[in-house]
Design a binder for this molecule. Structure first.
Ligand code: APR
Length: 235
C-alpha cells in the first residue's frame, strides 16, 4: 500500500455492471432472471435440485463472459493514479479485475470459481462456461459455485469492515443497500469524512457527509472523477 496516497474505498453493487449488460437484481420485479431466489441461491435449493442451481449459474456465467467492463469500471482503475483504491464488490462478475483494478474483495463470491462441498477452502477457477454434475474436487466431492448464498455466512465481511474503517473517502456505486451484512458496512465509516453515492435511484441515506450523484455509474463517474481528484495529494 502506498502511504502517500489517500485510501479510497469503493463499495459496488449490481448497478455498476448494468451498463455492461448484466441485469441488476431488484430492478426486475422480485424475480431473478425468471427464478425465485430461494429456488436457485440458497443451500436448501442446492440440496433439493443441484442441477437446477448449476444450470442457473452456468447461464449467469455465460452472460458475464460475454460482458465487457464499462467506463465506470475503467474510472476506478484511473483513480489508482491518485488513491489507494480498494474495491469491495457485492458482484460475482469479474469486470473490476478485467478492467484492471488491483485490489478487489468479492463479498458474495466469484462466478468464475467453484469450490469443494467438503472443504470450503478448496477453490478452483472454472475453465470456460460450465460447471456440471460429476465435476469433483480433489477430495472427490461435487463442486458447487463459489457464491455466498442467502442464509450463508459472509466470510470476508470483517476484512471489508476494517477496510471501510480505514478509508479516507468512501464511494458507493449501484447498490440498493438492501442486503446485509454488506449494507451495514457504511456504519464503519467516519461521519466526518466524505461519502459519495452514485446511483440513478439512490437510497435515501441521511448523513451530513453524503453527496449523492443521481446518475448512472458511467455518467456519474465522469463527474466524480473530477471531484475526487481535488481530494488527492496529486493535484
Ligand atoms: N448505474 C448505477 N446504478 C444503477 C444502474 C446504473 N446504470 N442501474 C441500476 N442501478 C442501481 C439501482 O438503482 C439499484 O439501487 O443499482 C442498484 C441495484 O440494486 P440491486 O439489484 O439490489 O443489487 P445489489 O445492491 O448489488 O444487490 C445486493 O443482493 O441478490 C443479492 O447477492 C446479490 O450481491 C447481490 C445483493
Amino acid at each position: 500500500m502506498n502511504k502517500n496516497k489517500p485510501n479510497l474505498v469503493v463499495l459496488t453493487g449490481a448497478g455498476i455492471s448494468a451498463e455492461s449488460g448484466i441485469a441488476t437484481f431488484r430492478d426486475s420485479g422480485g424475480l431473478w432472471e425468471g427464478h425465485k431466489i430461494e429456488d436457485v441461491a440458497t443451500p436448501e435449493a442446492w440440496k433439493k435440485n443441484p442441477e437446477l442451481v448449476l444450470n442457473f449459474y452456468n447461464e449467469r456465467r455465460i452472460s458475464v463472459l460475454q460482458a465487457k467492463p464499462n467506463d465506470a469500471h475503467e474510472s476506478l482503475v484511473y483513480l489508482e493514479n491518485y488513491f489507494n483504491v480498494q474495491i469491495i464488490t457485492q458482484n460475482v462478475d469479474d469486470l473490476h479485475e478485467r478492467a484492471g483494478s488491483k485490489q478487489v474483495l468479492h463479498l458474495h463470491g466469484e462466478i468464475r470459481k467453484a469450490r469443494s462441498t467438503k472443504n470450503e477452502r478448496l477453490v478452483y477457477s472454472i475453465d470456460g462456461e460450465l460447471l456440471q454434475m460429476g465435476q469433483c474436487c480433489e477430495l472427490g466431492s461435487q463442486l458447487r459455485p463459489h457464491i455466498v448464498w442467502f442464509g450463508e455466512d459472509v466470510p470476508l465481511i470483517e476484512n471489508a469492515a476494517k477496510m471501510v474503517s480505514q478509508a479516507d473517502i468512501l464511494l458507493v456505486i449501484g447498490t440498493s443497500l438492501q442486503v446485509y451484512p454488506a449494507a451495514g458496512l457504511l456504519h464503519y465509516f467516519s461521519a466526518k469524512k466524505p461519502l459519495f453515492l452514485v446511483d440513478p435511484k439512490p437510497q435515501m441515506i441521511e448523513k451530513d457527509n453524503l453527496k449523492i450523484i443521481a446518475k448512472t455509474a458511467v455518467v456519474g463517474m465522469i463527474e466524480l472523477k473530477h471531484i475526487l481528484k481535488q481530494f488527492s495529494h496529486g493535484e
